[in-house]
Design a protein around this ligand. Structure first.
Ligand SMILES: Cc1ncc(COP(=O)(O)O)c(C=O)c1O
Length: 444
């Protein structure tokens, strides 16, 4: 058997990638939408041959673990967001876990301590809340506004106690929260802010990208999100120490933050055996010193290879989301007496994840009636996260405090749902969605 030359490898790769392209085009040809027969999804992967080729190319390298594509992706992502530091992770949930855990790291000044309080909302995706509980912190729930679905900033000062140390907020479904008021309140009271930006990539507040206001921000690249790697996520920050703790927590808790895959046996820092740690033998291998109680939450390099291609498409995806949202919103406007329509703040430029609707209490039908109708007509619907998470079986006994009541959160639990605006929806599909809703509404 001969040795595989560089040229042979290159030719083989090119052939494989060309076949991948052909496969993509063949599959595309078979795609067709028939109203009432094809499903209108609420979200989905939008990609072309570039993502398939990029994933295949990375797979052919067979490095598998995080490396070159991971570094390229995170530096492109940070560049686009205008943030200094970032790390790719395996999901948005992991991003939230890392962000909260970084604020609890003994290696930062004034870390959060067990029993400290974090202001958040009970209208939440579970894994926005879970890291608060997993780190022994106490969530303090404030209500949301009924039409922006975001934290009601008027409740903030009422929620404050001597134990309050942080605010964990999501830009709900891509709708920017009132970041000027929130940051003012946080600064006045010395609170950390984590922005869960998982649903809000490309959303802006006062001209600034969501995710760039707080101490840390988190992103999801799950298939339903603005860009996807299948599964995946990221944490961003402008604070070097928070970044180092986040990285450590992602990577088993180890102290070393050298680039992975470094060839030099003494590590990228060249000081692998030069450190002195209290309680550890002199010269103990720095690569395997553990400075945090960590996890392993890394993505594969292949996921980042897909992410790189998706990132290039974000501007067109965002434009399409905005167009789809506006089209459907305009169709639904006339039903304002029946539905609470979504509202954005004057300074907000949302890039919606979906179009949320709340069936008013005095509507002639229930949420269940309309979502059953839509689903029977193959239009996918989803509830708004957990509605009120406190009503869910797993959360009945969590330590928490509720500030004031949660009437709007309860209203979401009873009456809200959303339909899709993702860039995979065509005009034909949007027409079908609008017509189906008009037909339903004509019955009342
Ligand atoms: C606001 C929010 N945070 C976190 C997550 C979790 O992201 P992932 O599914 O990537 O774990 C989601 C998921 O959709 C989300 O909507």
């Amino acid at each position: 058997m001969g040795v595989l030359t560089i040229n042979e490898e290159k030719t083989l790769r090119e052939e494989i990638l060309e076949r991948v392209r052909q496969l993509y085009l063949l599959r595309e040809k078979q795609k067709a939408f028939t109203p009432g027969v094809s499903r209108v999804h609420y979200a989905g992967r939008v990609f072309d041959e570039k993502e398939m080729q990029s994933a295949t190319d990375s797979l052919l390298d067979f490095r598998l673990t995080l490396g070159k594509k991971g570094s390229e992706f995170i530096s492109a992502f940070c560049g686009m967001m205008g943030m200094r530091y970032g790390l790719a992770v395996n999901s948005g949930s992991s991003a939230n876990l890392i962000a909260v855990s970084a604020l609890c790291s003994p290696n930062i000044e004034h870390p959060l301590q067990r029993g400290d309080e974090v202001i958040t909302t009970a209208l939440t995706f579970p894994t926005t809340l879970n890291p608060i509980l997993q780190n022994g912190l106490v969530p303090v729930f404030v209500d949301v506004e009924e039409d922006t679905y975001n934290l009601d900033t008027e409740q903030l000062s009422r929620a404050l106690s001597p134990k309050t140390r942080a605010i964990m907020l999501a830009h709900t479904l891509g709708n920017p929260a009132a970041m000027d008021e929130i940051m003012r309140f946080a600064q006045a009271n010395d609170l950390y802010v984590i922005e869960d930006t998982c649903d809000a990539l490309d959303s802006r507040y006062d001209g600034k990208r969501c995710g760039t206001f707080g101490n840390l921000s988190t992103y999801s690249f799950y298939a339903a999100h603005h860009i996807t790697m299948g599964e995946g996520g990221a944490v961003l920050t402008n604070n070097l120490n928070l970044y180092r703790q986040a990285l450590s927590i992602r990577d088993w808790g180890r102290a070393c933050y050298c680039e992975p895959g470094e060839e030099n046996p003494l590590g990228a820092c060249r000081h692998r055996f030069d450190h002195i740690y209290d309680g550890l033998p002199d010269g103990y291998d720095h690569k395997y010193v553990y400075s945090n109680i960590g996890y392993n939450l890394k993505p594969l390099d292949l996921q980042c290879a897909i992410g790189l291609e998706q990132l290039k498409k974000l501007p067109e995806f965002a434009e399409q989301r905005r167009y789809n949202f506006t089209r459907l919103y305009n169709e639904l406007r006339e039903y304002e007496a029946t539905f609470i329509l979504p509202r954005s703040l004057p300074k907000a430029a949302p890039c919606w994840f979906c179009l949320p609707l709340t069936v008013r209490e005095d509507a002639p039908f229930s949420r269940r009636d309309i979502v059953t109708y839509l689903e029977e007509h193959l239009i996918e619907t989803r509830t708004l996260f957990a509605g009120n998470i406190l009503k869910h079986p797993g959360y009945k006994d969590i330590p928490h405090r509720v500030c004031g009541g949660l009437p709007n959160t309860e209203q979401v639990l009873r009456g809200s749902f959303f339909i899709g605006v993702y860039p995979g929806l065509t005009d034909e599909m949007l027409d079908y969605v609008a017509e189906t809703i008009h037909t339903y509404m004509a019955g009342f």
